[in-house]
Design a protein around this ligand. Structure first.
Ligand code: ADP
Ligand code: ASP
Ligand code: MG
Length: 819
């Protein structure tokens, strides 16, 4: 076949149903066409959904449903509305008249079908093709109305195909002749050609099969000797997997024809597999582009691959049945496979995948679900004798399976691809029923249960495309610490991805009222506003969202002070979710529940990290862990563990009354909203319990001797009353201070726990040269006396409060998960 003379450089563009789904999109396409160099041929699909509806009518017709006519009218009314939306008076009139004729014809066909009580394939093909006809006429009309020289072409009049075993085959000679005849009659430089439809040699209307417009486009590109074929759709190109199922799918820069064909064969409907043949024959490069993002380069499909990823794409074929022919009598008997596949071929069963174990004990093959029974019957018939003699035991049929394929030209030479693939499926708990490697070694496919298909697809994709250090994060609580954490992550996320290959994805934020969920990542530049009009909070749904089967790690960060949230940790850990928190509640609940948490987080994963429950961002828990893990024995831990109380006693030097300092601290935001929560010492007591348990002591909160600073008389009542009456107690406080000063000492509010289990929280006096005396602001300080650090205890000191340092500590815990 010879191509069009090269004096005219044709470009062929195909617009799919998604690109033409409504009047606005059609206007948008017209705009794109206006900017294209000439001459150009446009191959169009039916408007999205129209083919399905037409086929639905043809298939329903034999049963004569009451609403058949109304459905046809409805469809046509919509078409009319689209025409009048896009075109006015004179330009709309011929299109509307043509539509009326079509409706009459369709009505006749459906009536005949009803009478015949069956809808043969020819009828279905005839009816299904109207959508393309309508699109082509409409788009040509719109382009003309915009002043372009456009004409529509009904491919049924030019494209001749024969239906072979493997699908439609183009009769190039006849087609070329008819196309030339058609073109002789017109001189427009924009041809708008119907996709999908064709005729047989006898002139019977037919189609190229579902999604066949891509194939049409390639055929017309070949006929016109086009220099390039562009397929416009609704994704940025061919992606590494169907983006509807794999949110992380990435746009591929380039593919070879073979890779594209294999992906398409395994169900990536972004392009039709047969499209490649005419393109390969004429070496016409194909570009898949997004109609709605024309600035993006798209995916180029051509002869040469590019040197990037070894594995390119993943795809699934759903609704297949797996058959297994099994028998000891098969071993060493030649020709079994051939007999089997001959039998299947005789029954027109299409075999999608074959896998034979090297033991030859069984042959496993997959067929479309709809042909499962036929395939079983064909097999049983073929091996009737062997089954009778007991040489073949059975033909087993497993319905409702899916085939998952991983595709890439360069896979063959690279070790480890299969290991990564099956490893990922194994980690996701997907049961693999059969495995096949294409003879081209361009694909590996696995048969899995249908209900596992999506999980399998995501897991396999993640195995190759996601960093192993990808963390799906859910933040619970967006108060001071939660907010600071989200902002800090937002600032660092890019750098971490680039420099450390750590991919932090905050996929959800929830408060008690509202929550925010994102498939990939919440926009951290704008989470406050988004959360303000988020959906109503639902913790269970939130957790289910954050934990997916394709992120290698999931973590919930509890930035609340809630008992309620803390009660879930054990369950989360048991589900394999890491927990990171500054919330002290879980670690200070009963010993039994603490033990349960520890048990759930033992081993390699998941982790339970709570460094910030004591001393905010200071490395206190970790220091203690390092000491005990290396075999040191901790004798005594003592520390100033409350930033608020640290501040109060640093400031209380006798010049001003204690109440005045407290009120000022409250105004500066250094205290809890009710300062009694600080003064009670309860917060410090909790920290003491956390440290004690970390030392290995079985201590309950009630075991801590707590001498708080809230006068008995002021325990009840409102915050205002408390603040108003606090000066009544200034004298007592001043007396305590004077006594200390008289001894050359300062006052510090300290928590302490000893190896023998005695634990206390109270105001103590320290000489001015003691480490605890030489702190400032809201410093925390912890002193570890151990067997190794006996004389000269180990001290950790630094700012121990405030949202920024606490959030930074939580952030550090998050990163620790990734090491
Ligand atoms: P059109 O109407 O333009 O022919 P289709 O709906 O037939 O569009 O095909 C595009 C769709 O194919 C995408 O929206 C996407 O959901 C699906 N798809 C499946 N696999 C892939 C893949 N690997 N890359 C891109 N899209 C894919
Ligand atoms: N309209 C046809 C279909 O829906 C052909 C196509 O869109 O490519 O299958
Ligand atoms: Mg398509």
């Amino acid at each position: 076949m010879e191509a069009e003379s090269s004096s005219q450089h044709w470009n062929v563009h195909k617009f799919g149903g998604t690109s033409l789904a409504d009047p606005d999109r059609i206007r948008h396409v017209a705009g794109l066409v206006d900017d294209m160099p000439r001459p150009t041929a446009l191959v169009v699909s039916a408007m999205g959904g129209v083919t399905d509806r037409l086929l639905g009518l043809a298939e329903a017709a034999p049963d004569a449903p009451d609403d058949l006519h109304a459905r046809l009218q409805g469809l046509c009314d919509e078409q009319r509305a689209v025409v009048t939306d896009l075109l006015s008076g004179e330009s709309a009139a011929p299109l509307l008249r043509a539509l009326d004729t079509d409706v009459d014809d369709l009505d006749d066909v459906l009536r005949a079908t009803r009478l015949m009580r069956s809808a043969p394939e020819t009828v279905r093909d005839l009816v299904a093709g109207y959508g393309e006809l309508w699109s082509a006429r409409l788009l040509a009309g719109v382009l003309r109305a915009e002043g372009m020289s456009a004409v529509s072409c009904n491919a049924r009049e030019v494209l001749v195909v024969e239906h072979g075993r493997l699908g439609p085959v183009v009769d190039w000679a006849a087609t070329r002749r008819r196309f030339a005849d058609w073109r002789a009659g017109q001189d427009a430089d924009v041809l708008v050609i119907t996709g999908f439809v064709a005729s047989t040699v006898d002139g019977v209307p037919t189609t190229l099969g579902r999604n066949g417009s891509d194939y049409s486009a390639a055929i017309f590109a070949a006929l016109l000797g086009a220099q390039a074929l562009t397929i416009w759709t609704d994704t940025d190109g061919v992606m590494s997997a169907d983006p509807r199922y794999v949110p992380d799918a990435q746009t591929l820069d380039s593919l070879t024809y073979e890779e594209a064909m294999e992906l398409a064969y395994f169900g990536a409907r972004v392009i039709h597999p047969r499209t490649m043949a005419p393109a390969i024959d004429h070496e016409i490069p194909i570009t898949i582009r997004n109609t709605f993002a024309p600035e993006k380069p798209g995916t180029r499909i051509h002869l040469e691959g590019s040197g990037d990823a070894v594995v390119k794409g993943f795809s699934t074929i759903d609704e297949v049945a797996l058959l297994n022919l099994e028998g000891t009598g098969m071993i060493g008997v030649p020709g079994i496979a051939r007999r089997l596949f001959d039998a299947l071929e005789d029954h027109d069963v299409s075999v999608i995948l074959i896998s034979q174990g090297s033991s030859e004990h069984s042959i496993c093959y997959a067929v479309p679900q709809s042909q499962a029974e036929e395939a079983r019957a064909a097999t049983e018939q073929a091996f009737y004798a062997e089954m009778d003699r007991g040489q073949i035991q059975r033909v087993e049929v497993t319905p409702n399976c899916s085939i998952l394929a991983v595709i890439g030209d360069r896979m063959s030479g690279i070790p480890g691809v299969a290991a990564t693939f099956f490893g990922a499926l194994g980690d996701a708990g997907v049961n693999v029923r059969a495995i096949a490697q294409g003879s081209s070694e361009r694909n590996i496919s696995a048969v899995v249960d249908g209900e596992d298909a999506q999980r399998a697809l995501r897991a396999a994709h993640a195995g190759f495309y996601l960093s192993k250090r990808t963390l799906s994060i859910g933040v619970i609580g967006a108060g001071n610490v939660g907010a600071a954490l989200l902002d800090q992550i937002g600032d660092q996320v890019e750098r971490l991805r680039e420099e450390q290959d750590i991919d932090l994805r905050v996929r959800g934020v929830t408060t008690t009222d509202a929550m925010l969920r994102a498939e990939q990542s919440v926009d951290l530049g704008d989470w406050r506003a988004a959360l303000a009009d988020g959906e109503p909070a639902d913790l269970e749904a939130f957790v289910d969202h954050v934990q997916t089967d394709y992120h290698p790690h999931t973590v919930l960060v509890d930035c609340t002070a809630s008992d309620e949230v803390a009660r879930h940790y054990e369950d989360w850990l048991k589900r394999g979710i890491h927990v990171v928190t500054p919330n002290k509640r879980a670690n200070t609940a009963s010993w039994a529940s603490y033990q349960a948490l520890k048990a759930a987080s033992r081993g390699t994963r998941p982790h339970y990290l709570y460094e910030t429950t004591v001393g905010a961002g200071l490395p206190i828990i970790q220091t203690l862990e390092n000491l005990t893990e290396t075999g040191d024995r901790v004798q005594h831990i003592e520390g100033i563990l409350s930033g608020t109380l640290s501040y109060l006693f640093n400031a209380f030097d006798g010049e001003r009354p204690f109440s005045e300092i407290l009120i000022q601290a409250k105004e500066a935001g250094f205290t809890e909203p009710d300062p009694r929560d600080d003064l009670s010492g309860m917060d410090v007591a909790r920290k003491v319990v956390i440290l004690a348990r970390e030392m290995g002591l079985r201590l309950e909160l009630s075991d801590v001797t707590l001498e708080g600073l809230v006068p008995d008389a002021l325990r009840d009542g409102t915050v205002e009353e408390f603040l108003e009456r606090l000066p009544e107690h200034d004298e007592t406080m001043t007396d305590i201070l004077r006594t200390a000063q008289a001894e050359g000492k300062v006052l510090r509010f300290v928590g302490s726990v000893k190896r023998d289990g005695t634990a206390s929280v109270r105001l103590r006096r320290y000489p001015t040269d003691h480490a605890f005396a030489r702190i400032s602001h809201t410093d925390n300080i912890v002193r570890f006396q151990t067997d190794r650090y006996r004389k000269n205890p180990l001290i950790v000191q630094g700012p121990g409060a405030g949202p920024q340092v606490t959030a930074a500590g939580v952030f550090a815990d998050l990163l620790r998960l990734m090491t």
